[in-house]
Design a protein around this ligand. Structure first.
Ligand code: C2E
Ligand code: CA
Ligand code: CA
Length: 569
């Protein structure tokens, strides 16, 4: 819109039935503009329609034959494509001013005309203002959804709060549960449709309730709004219902995080972060759709900062330790130690023992996980070597590979380097890759895991059954061992359905020649059942919690004396 005319100059349309007036104005404006002329409203409207993309300004006389200026303004007012083109009304009557203002005129020039410079200056100013507005309008809205962009959203919230400081509003962050899966399974076009539909719901609501919204990025929306009269939970229920009606292909689940108005002193960007943090606390929590930012969360984010800042020093000073949890084979008459899983611990001098649940997800977000994991991998390899040297037996250890590690171009080199460094083979060093890593960018991940397997590494699929994959995924994925998630085995001794599920998993896994490890086995009854239905290995508190290497040696000692006993018998 509003390109320059072929002449390289902006166009002005002068509409006046008096030839003298046309000439005079033309003479003044020609200095800077390409001037077009019309003698009445009808002719003017025709020219304007034809050249609406290039005309930057209309100078309009009011009293003309055929169609007068008022009529012209009315028609222009109703046409969205013409409304953006500013009009200066040329008049000799004071009383017409209000009327033409109401009809959308931007400015007046009184006849007889002022000094030429004044006319030119007013024309310039108006053209410039209009163009600025156009530029702003084209950038302030995000293309896909038509909502504001994040930058303009921040800007407009600040403006509102500057002009109405006493009017307090909440900030909300809206997100779609597992949106990457929606995109992946149904394709981007469908994903776009989902985003657009959600944007419509938001706009609909805010146009009644007041407030503004933006799409911040991907599937994140920020809203600036009043607390609903009912509740946010009710609002979400309504959104959800309307969304289910509009998108029938699959259920799209929304979650909302709120940073309440009390925090208005804080910059809008930070309030949005807080709303987002709150929203993240109910990721995968299917019982809640709304979460509120509270000081607990604030403390948590302070703790996060602290952990991020201290991790390097923690590695250097051996606060980061590796614990080992044994895995036993239960196919024989007595459980036999087969291997161990390396699990990281942070023994903090002030905060005490920090469980990996508190820092692994955090470090996965910012990439620090690669550093921590490399350290754990080396420690674990050193441990296998140390036990080998001391006891003459090799206890294979599996290490956890985060999804983020799989994107590290140096991954293969790092792992083979570690084996070389400690003189181990890939029979003594297994890799656990969580099931959820296979989702997201599956082809890339699957390729990477194939390469690791080609190098000889045994891949254990961790957390199987935790919710991402399906049994038929197994047929295409490169894995050697299945680790059933604790959730899967938790109730097998209490409820037949759970048991049947586990049996089905075992059937398929064995059909595909995969060994199966049951994780989180806490009770003898669980273990007995697992043995009965043919589970190969178990790991869990029933046998041992993850323990420091010194304590783990008890299991190695027992294993060795067991073996000696058998020899003697
Ligand atoms: P995971 O790989 O699924 O590890 C199993 C978790 O279950 C461990 O929690 C373990 O302590 C716990 N567990 C074992 N047996 C039982 C049981 O009988 N009952 C119950 N309730 N829990 C049991 P932990 O050590 O807190 O680790 C949590 C998660 O953190 C791990 O889950 C893993 O995903 C991650 N993680 C731990 N160490 C590392 C590491 O070195 N690197 C990476 N990337 N992730 C790690
Ligand atoms: Ca694991
Ligand atoms: Ca697991």
């Amino acid at each position: 819109m509003n390109q320059f005319a072929d002449s390289g100059r902006r166009q002005v349309l002068v509409v006046d039935d008096e030839p003298v007036n046309r000439q005079m104005l033309g003479f003044i404006l020609e200095e800077r503009y390409e001037v077009l002329y019309a003698e009445d409203g009808i002719e003017a409207m025709a020219v304007l329609q034809e050249k609406k993309d290039t005309i930057a300004l209309v100078m309009l006389d009011l009293l003309m034959p055929k169609m007068d200026g008022y009529e012209f303004l009315k028609i222009r007012q109703q046409d969205e494509s013409l409304r953006m083109i500013p009009v200066i009304v040329l008049t000799s009557e004071e009383k017409s001013e209000l009327m033409t203002l109401k009809l959308g005129a931007s400015d007046f020039l009184k006849k007889p005309y002022d000094m030429p410079e004044v006319i030119l200056a007013r024309a310039d100013r108006l053209v410039e203002l209009t163009e600025n507005r156009r530029v702003i309008q084209s950038t302030e809205r995000e293309k896909l959804t038509g909502l504001y962009t994040k930058q303009y959203f921040f800007e407009y919230v600040q403006q509102r709060e500057f002009y109405f400081p006493e009017r307090r509003m909440d900030v909300a962050a809206l997100n779609i549960e597992k949106f990457h899966l929606v995109n992946e399974i149904f394709g981007r076009t469908f994903g776009d449709k989902v985003l657009q539909t959600i944007a419509e719901l938001i706009e609909d609501y805010l146009s009644d309730a007041g407030g503004i919204a933006c799409r911040a990025d991907a599937d994140w929306f920020y809203l600036y709004l009043d607390r609903p009269e009912t509740s946010y939970e009710e609002l979400m229920r309504k959104y959800q219902e309307r969304l289910d009606n509009k998108i029938r292909e699959l259920p799209i689940r929304l979650r909302l995080g709120i940073c309440a108005a009390e925090d208005q002193k804080m910059e809008i960007e930070r309030r949005c972060d807080r709303a987002k943090n709150a929203c993240d606390t109910i990721r995968d929590v299917y019982t809640k759709t709304v979460a509120y930012y509270d000081t607990g969360l604030h403390e948590q984010s302070l703790l996060s900062m602290r952990l991020i800042n201290e991790v390097d020093a923690a590695i250097m000073t051996n606060q980061i330790k590796v614990y080992y949890q044994p895995k036993f084979s239960i196919s024989g008459d007595r459980p036999a130690l087969m291997s161990a899983e390396a699990l990281v611990r942070w023994i903090h001098p002030e905060l005490g023992m920090i469980s990996p649940g508190a820092f692994i997800p955090l470090f996965e977000k910012n990439g620090l996980i690669q550093k921590v994991d490399y350290y754990v991998w080396r420690e674990a390899a050193a441990q296998v070597k140390a036990w080998k040297d001391r006891y003459g037996v090799s206890i294979p250890v599996s290490v956890n590979i985060s999804r983020i590690d799989l994107y590290d171009p140096m991954l293969e080199a790092k792992l083979t380097g570690i084996l070389d460094e400690f003189g181990l083979t890939s029979d003594e060093y297994y890799l656990e890759v969580t099931e959820s890593a296979y989702v997201g960018d599956p082809l890339y991940i699957i390729e990477e895991i194939r390469r690791l397997r080609m190098l000889g590494f045994r891949i254990e699929m961790d957390d199987f059954g935790a919710g991402y994959s399906s049994l038929n995924m197994l047929t295409t994925l490169p894995v050697d061992v299945l680790k059933m998630d604790m959730k899967l085995v938790r109730d097998i001794h209490k409820d037949d359905k759970s048991l049947h599920v586990v049996e089905a998993v075992l059937d398929i896994a064995h059909f595909m020649s995969l060994k199966v490890v049951a994780e989180g086995v806490e009770e003898q009854a669980q273990c007995d059942l697992l043995k009965e239905i043919g589970c190969d290995l178990v790991q869990g508190w029933l046998f041992s919690k993850p323990v420091p290497p010194e304590d783990f040696e008890t299991f190695i000692g027992e294993m060795i004396s067991e073996r000696m006993m058998r020899k003697r018998v």
